[in-house]
Design a protein around this ligand. Structure first.
Ligand code: LLP
Length: 424
């Protein structure tokens, strides 16, 4: 559920007409609904509430890579969410948004020495280590710093899942995590090392997962490993179950109900008395944001193809070009008339800059305002300035209030970032 809806023939974000924002900020621009972010955060914790006796209250560490704007993180921090981070930049964003260090998880397959030292000195909730080499590096850094970080091992359960090969992370051939047997060996090796405090296991097998079967299998692997290690006297107080739950990008997309997800979690790890961490990104943010764009022109080819050229492009919303992802396109003030197939494209000089082919759309004309829905996750965070198009701005709406929370750079600001070598 989200808070973007037609009211009096005009698309609104909560109480604010999108035309108001487009006129003030220009297009393209991302617009987020704070009420939707809060609703999604609450829906997930509500789904787990009936299982509090077996699962406790999971820490929900929002995957910052999905939507890293500090104001968005601040809304979510206000709902009690933590942060799952993968770089110093993301850690700094989470801290700037007021997420307490003990709710920040540091994940990722390639953490630098400086990042490991920072995570150790900040006393983050945990560092999810992804290889034996990284564990050795962290032990040396922590030993030198005289501070003992909480550490989990990210397991590769050889169960990949997700909406596209490029976003599957748990498969045997994927670069992430430590294979099960090696992870057990690593836990035994470092479980009693005074420089590190091993607190548990983690996994994240993919993204845009709409069927719980692979998640159930992966959680089962973590549960079995937990029992094995405990039987050897090693404490395993926590499990980090990652993110990955899919959302509906089109009205009829299948999704796994949150109640089923929570029940499946209780089934698989409920008897273990572990502290849980969840790392949802898309689930919280995708349907909380739209990308606003203006129609530059509509052309019709000799063969009858209608081409809708927008002022948004692949540099603003990369998902269709990178993953063939579907994002619905709606008019901010829909016109009456027959829906006809259109190719929807941006101005960037690549064929990949095509948002949709043969998409049936009601009549649209040059100057019309349109919005891609489901763009709140992995939209603005993956934007670039390709073709020297200034970085797309972000706007946050909350009731009848709204604010620009990431500014569009001016052309002068873009150029000022590039000092010309004084020897040129
Ligand atoms: N935890 C870890 C360790 C992750 O790598 C990810 C996402 C998440 C949590 C959050 O996953 P989510 O709940 O959002 O599925 N750019 C792609 C998605 C890449 C996901 C990468 N990892 C897209 O636009 O579909």
């Amino acid at each position: 559920m989200h808070h973007f809806a037609l009211d009096g023939g005009a698309l609104h974000a909560e109480d604010v007409p999108l035309t108001t924002i487009a006129e003030a900020v220009g297009t393209p621009a991302y617009v987020y609904s704070a009420a939707t972010l809060r609703r999604h955060a609450r829906a997930l914790s509500d789904a787990f509430a009936p299982h509090a006796a077996t699962l406790g209250r999971p820490v929900i560490a929002f995957a910052v890579k999905a939507a890293s704007n500090v104001s968005i993180l601040k809304v979510l921090a206000g709902c009690g969410l933590g942060a799952d981070t993968v770089s110093e930049g993301e850690i700094r964003r989470a801290l700037a948004a007021g997420v307490p260090p003990e709710r920040i998880v540091f994940s990722g397959v390639g953490k630098s020495d400086a990042e490991l030292a920072l995570a150790t000195s900040l006393g983050l909730r945990q560092i999810n280590v992804e290889s034996a080499v990284e564990m050795e590096r962290l032990a040396a850094i922590a030993g030198g710093a005289g501070r003992v970080p909480d550490v989990a091992i990210r397991v590769n359960p050889k169960i990949g899942a997700g909406g596209h090969a490029k976003i599957t992370t748990g498969g045997a051939g994927d670069k992430f995590g430590v294979p099960v047997e090696e992870a057990l060996t690593l836990y035994r090796r470092f479980g009693r090392d005074p420089r590190l405090n091993l607190v548990g296991l983690a996994c994240h097998i993919g993204s845009q997962i709409t069927d719980l079967t692979p998640l159930r299998a992966a959680f089962g692997v973590l549960a079995a490993m937990t029992r094995t290690l405990r039987a050897e006297g090693l404490p395993v107080p926590r499990l980090d179950l990652g993110g990955g739950l899919g959302v509906a990008y089109a009205g009829d997309d299948p999704t796994a109900p949150l109640a089923d997800y929570a029940a499946m979690t209780a089934d698989t790890v409920g008897g273990l008395s572990v502290d849980l961490t969840l790392e949802p990104g898309r689930l919280i943010a995708a349907n909380a944001g739209v990308l606003l764009s203006r129609v530059i022109q509509v052309t019709q080819r000799g063969d009858g193809r209608r081409i809708l050229v927008l002022d948004a492009a692949m540099n603003d919303l990369l998902r269709p070009a990178l993953y063939d992802a579907f994002h619905d396109l709606v008019a901010a003030a829909p016109r009456d008339g027959e829906a006809l197939p259109h190719d929807v494209v941006g101005p960037v000089c690549e064929t990949g800059d095509t948002f949709a082919r043969d998409r049936r759309l009601p009549p649209v004309e040059a100057g019309d305002l349109v919005a891609f829905t489901g763009a709140g996750a992995y939209g603005a965070t993956m934007a670039s300035e390709y073709n020297s198009r200034p970085l797309v701005p972000e706007v946050l709406v909350d009731g009848d209030r709204w604010a620009v929370v990431r500014k569009r750079p001016t052309y002068d600001e873009m150029l000022a970032r590039e000092p010309i070598a004084d020897w040129l």
